[in-house]
Design a protein around this ligand. Structure first.
Ligand code: CAA
Length: 254
């Protein structure tokens, strides 16, 4: 499949999706987001893809493309919002890691927040500068940021629009791992995920995501059903048999 605004390469079970509008610091236009939407649909059905890394070469993404938003009406703005694609990425049944260098701002940071984890370089700069444009984050930022950094820090970031450095981002828990080469680090981690039992991993992700959206008792009940269903998989038999036989399990995703 050919893309104009992204590059996609899969190796050893890990797909790397690179945002590719370097001249605009990878600002997200509608075309790029439609391509992201499409590639996630394709990777969903591709058993060779077991984990995904989203990245951009020098910068992650400096936000939604402002030149595309200048004259939007409220109805068009709702249509322009990237929320459906970012929720698709959050719900993607395989792990997704954001590997961040340079700017991750506005819609770019919202994309990173929809990923399971964020690994960033010492030069990373993160923030929600929308308030300086007379708007505020509109692709999940007001909902995902407080769940990750807490409401006060989310309010500080969104109200000030300040761009924060890696030290503060790590202290806030916005970035999980700081690495000189975030792509290399993300590939290492994604490779580890890719070797695990895919169905168990998918269900674990669903349960953890649900933990942020539901009360604990319901979450525990959901977990019990999901957990029990892993006992219908070949991978559960293989995992436990391999343990008993003192060998490495080979999971098939069945
Ligand atoms: N949209 C469109 N173009 C952008 C862009 C954006 N979000 N961010 C950067 N660019 C373009 C610049 O216009 C510039 O293009 P030209 O060379 O053609 O002039 C090019 O990228 C390089 O940018 P700068 O010259 O500005 O680079 P800099 O190093 O001086 O500054 C920056 C970097 C601080 C990131 C600055 O570009 C900036 O402030 N960008 C906008 C950040 C922003 O406000 N993001 C939020 C967007 S709104 C949003 O995302 C809504 C949402 O919630 C979905």
């Amino acid at each position: 499949m050919n893309y104009e605004f992204i590059n996609v390469e899969t190796q050893n079970g890990v797909a790397v999706v690179s945002l590719n509008r370097p001249k605009a610091l990878n600002a997200l236009n509608k075309g790029m987001v439609l391509e992201l939407d499409r590639v996630f649909d394709e990777m969903d059905g591709d058993s060779l893809v077991k984990a995904v890394v989203i990245t951009g070469e020098k910068n992650f993404a400096a936000g939604a493309d402002i030149s595309n938003m200048l004259t939007l009406s409220p109805e068009e703005a709702k249509e322009f919002s990237f929320r459906h694609t970012f929720t698709k990425i959050e719900d993607f049944p395989k792990p997704v890691i954001a590997a961040i260098s340079g700017f991750a701002l506005g819609g770019g940071l919202e994309l990173a927040l929809a990923c399971d984890m964020r690994i960033a370089a010492p030069n990373a700069k993160l923030g929600f500068p929308e308030i300086n444009l007379g708007i505020f984050p509109g692709a999940g930022g007001t909902q995902r940021l407080p769940r990750i950094v807490g409401p006060s820090r989310a309010k500080e970031m969104i109200y000030t629009g300040d761009i924060i450095n890696i030290t503060k981002a790590a202290e806030y828990g916005l970035v999980d791992i700081v690495a000189e080469d975030p792509l290399e680090e993300a590939l290492k981690l994604a490779g580890k995920f890719a070797a695990k039992a895919p169905i168990a991993l998918k269900l674990a992700k669903q349960c953890i995501n649900l933990a942020l959206d539901t009360d604990q008792k319901q979450g525990i009940e959901f977990e019990a059903v999901a957990w029990a269903s892993t006992f219908a998989t070949e991978d559960q038999r293989e995992g436990m048999q391999a343990f008993v036989e003192k060998r490495k399990a080979i999971f098939k995703g069945k």
